[in-house]
Ligand binder design. Structure first.
Ligand code: B16
Ligand code: MG
Length: 215
């Protein structure tokens, strides 16, 4: 029986991808090459340092480890700048309503995000209070598709993997949920997220009733 929903953040609860894109693009331009929105698709759900490696590969640039740390920090400062100014209505359609419905129904809620800025974003959207557990990029060692982030979420809630449903917009995240032995709802392109147990376009399509599908 499903007792908890574990949410990815970027792409599921909020569309921060565009801000990541603007910050990475600025960095790429600084380094002397262009970075398109299509290139940015490859960074979704991927950790900050791995994202940088992909960006450098696209630009055909190589940097020392110290330089990498330096530019990743610069990118994050720009990104955080955008986040601080993000209006709170940038929460994705249906997200707040579904969180509210889950809480009313007594279904536990956890966050499973690769982002080290997750707390800041939840605060900004004023939804921190909905979460019974928050596992983010500051609490995990292994990135998705490793299931660590979701397993830690289930553990914090005192639940087993079979009692949890994960909501993910990235292929690596869907794979992480499956590797953790959890059910998974793909939010977004059903072709990219074909391994998910259920596919939806946004959380506006979701309800506590629909969770019964997994019982
Ligand atoms: P940060 P998620 C991921 O969040 C993003 O999708 C990905 O684009 C980003 O690089 C990663 O977080 C790390 O974010 O630089 O803020 O630590 O989708 O797992 O919620
Ligand atoms: Mg995501």
């Amino acid at each position: 029986k499903i007792k908890a929903c574990l949410f990815d953040l970027d792409g599921v609860l909020v569309d921060t991808a565009k801000y990541h894109y603007l910050a990475w693009k600025r960095l790429a331009n600084d380094l002397g090459f262009d970075f398109t929105e299509q290139d940015n698709e490859r960074l979704k759900g991927v950790s900050r340092m791995r994202s940088l490696d992909i960006l450098l590969e696209i630009g055909g640039k190589s940097l020392t480890d110290a330089e990498k740390l330096d530019v990743a920090t610069k990118k994050n400062v720009w990104y955080v700048d955008f986040i601080e100014k993000m209006p709170k209505d940038e929460i994705l359609p249906g997200a707040k309503e579904f969180l509210e419905e889950l809480r009313q129904a007594g279904v536990k809620i956890a966050l499973g995000s690769a982002s080290k800025n997750a707390m800041r974003i939840l605060e900004r959207l004023e939804i921190t209070g909905y979460f019974d557990a928050i596992i983010d990029g500051t609490k995990v060692e292994k990135a998705k598709p490793d299931p660590e982030v979701f397993l830690k979420g289930a553990e914090s809630l005192g639940l087993s993997a079979e009692e949890c449903v994960v909501f993910e917009d990235a292929e690596a995240g869907v794979e992480a949920a499956i590797a953790g032995g959890m059910k998974v709802v793909g939010v977004g392109d059903p072709e990219i997220l074909s391994k998910a147990d259920m596919n939806i376009n946004s959380l506006a399509e979701m309800s506590v009733k629909r969770l019964e599908y997994f019982n």
